[in-house]
Design a protein around this ligand. Structure first.
Ligand SMILES: [Zn+2]
Length: 447
């Protein structure tokens, strides 16, 4: 068998790309370390004083812009909020190819327990072997730097693209502030035929191609009680006592709601399935629980209590139906309790992150599967070539603007938002190899 001229050209190009990545990786890693060194906590993050962190996001987009301007990109600022500047960097193609954009957010969460980091400082990049430690290394400054490395390698390898290529370094993702970030950039006219969101996708396999992610709701459920001195408890709850007129503890009423939703969650574990997701992902997660009488004292029965939930639902579901199902379930459970029957729990649906769901038949999925296999080998026997992204991302909002977006990036979500966040730099270089091949194939090469 003779390999065709095209195959020989493709393998020669791959060799040039990989050589270029080896040469350029140290410089791109320096960019990543500089990005990690900038405190770019999302200024809208709960508990964060905006003034203390404002400007960090912009400092990151400026650094990425400086790197890309050397690669012939035209830089555009998009700033719905003038203190939080998004970068839309555009490399014009020679014409006739498909366009592609990379999306990545430069904001990070606030580090919880910063004193627990072994480096002593979440913003100090520390390299130990192939692991780079630092806040944002995985989520997701690493993904943006990998895209930069891939693009630099293509130029170094002498590749001229037919289709336009864009990099969107955006603010606001960690608080779903897409109107200031991703959506603002798209609405400013920076569109493309498809997008890669460079969020950390190394689950279940390294550098998983993830065309789908679950939707989620942020839900708060409140109940009221009848706050009184704790000494009235006997009269309030014991047989022969006075009952609710002596006091009702909202904390214990709310526990009944939580238990009811645990039952619903068990049911979801059996009934809610999607082929791309591991069983059990669709769930009801209570993350905040609070009740008191207005002062944080145990000397009272609480007169109000609330629980905050993150609700993960399957892509095929109607979000309104999910909301109705949860409210109905709590309503039925409340019928079993005389107080809750008369004083029903109230629901505050605080935010909704829509699903992302691109068909596995989309041509960009094909291109990514081929590129990934060329770098890492084919997926293990019996394993699908794609899987779900088990978090949310701006892919949802790109899709809402009509741009099919697929998540693929270096890093494991397990290390995101965690003490000692880290990124494996071998995987990061492999990701750049995948990106470079995918860009060349998707956009087409002029020579
Ligand atoms: Zn992220």
């Amino acid at each position: 068998m003779h390999s065709s001229v095209k195959d020989v050209q493709a393998s020669a190009l791959s060799g040039r790309i990989d050589d270029a990545i080896d040469r350029l990786a140290p410089g791109a890693e320096q960019l990543l370390e500089q990005l990690v060194g900038i405190n770019s906590i999302n200024p809208g993050f709960p508990g964060i004083d905006r003034e203390s962190v404002i400007g960090g996001e912009t400092a990151c987009t400026r650094l990425i812009g400086a790197y890309l301007s050397k690669l012939d990109f035209e830089l555009n600022d998009v700033a719905a909020d003038p203190q939080r500047i998004n970068l839309a960097a555009v490399l014009k193609g020679t014409g006739g190819g498909r366009s592609l954009l990379f999306n990545g957010h430069v904001d990070t969460v606030a580090p919880f327990k910063p004193e627990a980091w072994t480096s002593g400082d979440p913003w100090k990049p520390v390299r130990r072997g192939e692991e780079l430690f630092g806040l944002g290394s995985t989520d997701m400054k690493g993904g943006l730097a990998a895209a930069c490395l891939a693009i630099a390698a293509l130029k170094e390898a002498g590749v001229r693209l037919k289709g336009d290529l864009q990099v969107h370094a955006v603010v606001g993702e960690e608080t779903m502030d897409h109107e200031n970030g991703t959506t603002a950039v798209i609405k400013a006219g920076f569109r493309s035929d498809a997008a890669i969101v460079a969020e950390p996708s190394s689950q279940p396999e390294p550098l998983t191609i993830a065309p789908v992610s679950a939707g989620n709701f942020n839900l708060e459920i409140s109940v009221k009680g009848h706050g009184t001195h704790a000494g009235n408890r006997g009269a309030a709850i014991r047989a022969g006592g006075e009952g609710p007129s002596a006091g009702v503890n909202a904390v214990e009423k709310l526990i009944k709601v939580v238990q009811a939703l645990q039952d619903l969650e068990q049911e979801w574990g059996i009934t809610k399935r999607h082929p791309a997701f591991p069983p059990g992902l669709f769930s009801l997660v209570p993350g905040v629980f609070h009740g008191d009488v207005g002062v944080p004292s145990v000397g009272y029965m609480a007169d109000h209590a609330y629980v905050g939930y993150l609700v993960w639902y399957a892509p095929q579901e109607d979000p309104e139906a999910v909301k109705a199902e949860i409210e109905r379930h709590v309503h039925h459970a409340a019928q079993l309790d005389p107080w809750l029957r008369e004083n029903p729990p109230t629901f505050s649906w605080r935010s909704h992150w829509p699903v992302a769901d691109v068909s596995t038949e989309h041509p960009l999925v094909d291109v990514l599967v081929r590129s990934r296999s060329a770098v890492l080998g084919p997926p293990p026997a019996g394993r699908p070539a794609t899987a779900s992204f088990n978090a949310v991302s701006d892919a949802s909002f790109l899709q809402a603007q009509g741009i099919p977006a697929i998540v693929l990036g270096p890093g494991n979500i397990r290390y995101a938002h965690a003490v000692d966040e880290r990124l494996n730099m071998r995987e990061w270089r492999e990701c750049a190899r995948i990106y470079a091949r995918a860009i060349a194939e998707w956009c087409g090469t002029a020579d």
